[in-house]
Design a protein around this ligand. Structure first.
Ligand code: GLN
Length: 455
């Protein structure tokens, strides 16, 4: 059942919010020990919300857009009274003292938040292996990583532990695990969703977004969380059209989809052939396919990581132990420590403009060149991740780990919207199709996802 239909059946009392919650909770009870998608659950609180939804419906009162849907939230987004640790020992005793704006909006629309999803420490990773809660298993390819850093959010969806989950994406952290777990993940245009209450990885790149099994759930959640927030001055003030009306779209006549040679050059051949099938489907749906070329791909990862290190180093200066109890450098894992050390070094050298200034120049170049590519097309289609997820426990050196992100960082560097949806399988392992669009043209991505899904 599509998520919008599930909400309808809850509102018409064919299904109760409590029954929906019980079903999800049963899945959590039977699968979470092995999957480790949730790291904290508050069943009593969820029951209270679900009962209240059912009561409102029984009394004929108006209920919200998410009435009775079960929601998981990544461990770096503040929720009152939950341990919001970003999966780091640095914050192991920090209790959320307020709700992030997205959380308030979900609650105001009667979403039933059930708990907190696992992630890489401070969202700095692509595998969900660096969490203080231990790794998350991939429900769609057991024994392999679920991707990251929102690995718990994607695994929770893939194993039916919740209807919609919320992740954060700085360089691919929503789309990468969505791809590896065979679900959908959406990173909105930068500024479309409030970041108030999100623990920063790199604030000029971070964006919050939804994961779900179908387009209607993604669209519904976007309708709830998108929009101006006076508490986050980077949010866009313009009115945003609703996404749900777009998720019944069935054809792509008049849409031009670009494919980029350089993207397939860095991708595993088996993944390329799955993506070629998706491109054929887009064409069958009426889209015109246009070949494009992008010269800056080699610049993208170095630019992304340099900016990430500097902004992350700056963001971590508040974890000096006075407020949260632990000094970050003394308790964090090796990847977080690497970013702090390199970020600190780069920041010290900055008086000579040696690295960071150059990264910002490279960022402008990538931005301009990618905007130019997008001028001629509505969407760019590509693999989400150029390789299949490794087996849990395989040791990758940092550069190999970073290589997972080569096709996802572009939309964070440029601020454009991007999503991943399942395109097929290589040796039974899910492979994601990534769709990117111009800034503020997020609806075009939803429209293409819907056409592919309903085909
Ligand atoms: N894997 C990337 C990194 O380590 C992206 C992480 C993210 O999007 N949060 O920075």
């Amino acid at each position: 059942m599509r998520i919008i239909d599930k909400v309808k059946s809850i509102k018409s009392q064919e299904l109760t919010a409590i029954n929906n919650l019980e079903q999800m909770y049963e899945n959590i009870s039977s699968k979470n020990d092995e999957i480790n998608a949730f790291v904290e659950i508050n069943k009593d609180k969820a029951i209270e919300i679900a009962e209240n939804v059912d009561k409102k419906i029984a009394n004929g009162e108006k209920t919200g857009k998410l009435a009775g849907l079960v929601i998981g939230v990544k461990a770096n987004i503040n929720i009152e009274d939950y341990n919001i640790s970003a999966a780091s020992p640095t914050l192991k005793s920090y209790l959320g003292s307020y709700n992030a704006t997205v959380v308030d909006r979900i609650m105001a629309e009667d979403g039933v938040i059930i708990g907190i999803n696992n992630m890489d420490e401070f969202a700095a990773g692509s595998s969900t292996e660096t969490s203080m809660y231990g790794h998350t298993n991939n429900p769609s390819a057991m024994g392999r990583i679920p991707g990251g850093s929102s690995g718990g959010s994607a695994a929770a969806i893939a194993s039916d532990m919740c209807d919609i989950s919320i992740g954060s994406d700085t360089g691919g952290s929503i789309r990468n695990p969505a791809s590896h777990c065979g679900v959908m993940g959406f990173k909105p245009t930068y500024g479309m969703v409030s970041r108030q209450g999100l623990l920063d990885l790199a604030m000029s790149l971070d964006q919050i977004g939804p994961l779900c099994k179908d387009t209607s759930g993604i669209a519904l959640m976007l309708d709830v969380i998108c929009g101006f927030d006076p508490k986050d001055p980077t949010t866009i003030a313009e009115e945003i059209d609703d996404f749900v009306p777009v998720c019944d779209n069935k054809n792509l006549e008049g849409t031009t989809v670009g494919i980029v040679d350089e993207f397939s050059n860095v991708t595993d051949t088996k993944i390329n052939s799955i993506i070629d099938n998706s491109i054929n489907k887009l064409s069958d749906l009426g889209a015109d396919i246009k070949q494009l070329s992008f010269d800056d791909l080699d610049l993208c990862l170095p630019t992304y990581y340099l900016i990430n290190y500097v902004e992350f180093f700056s963001a971590t200066r508040k974890y000096d132990g006075r407020k949260y109890g632990e000094r970050i450098e003394e308790v964090c894992g090796p990847e977080v420590l690497r970013r702090i050390h390199i970020g600190s070094y780069i920041s010290q050298k900055e008086f000579s403009g040696k690295y960071y200034k150059k990264a910002l120049q490279a960022r402008s170049l990538i931005h301009n060149d990618f905007d130019t590519l997008l001028k001629d097309v509505d969407l760019i289609a590509s693999p989400t991740v150029p390789m299949i997820p490794h087996k849990i426990g395989d040791k990758l050196d940092p550069m190999d780990m970073y290589a997972y992100d080569v096709l996802t960082v572009i939309s964070n560097i440029t601020g454009i919207p991007a999503a991943s949806m399942n395109a097929g399988f290589v040796d039974n392992i899910p492979v994601g199709l990534q769709l990117q669009a111009k800034a503020l043209e997020d609806h075009k991505i939803i429209s293409a996802m819907s056409a592919l899904e309903l085909m």
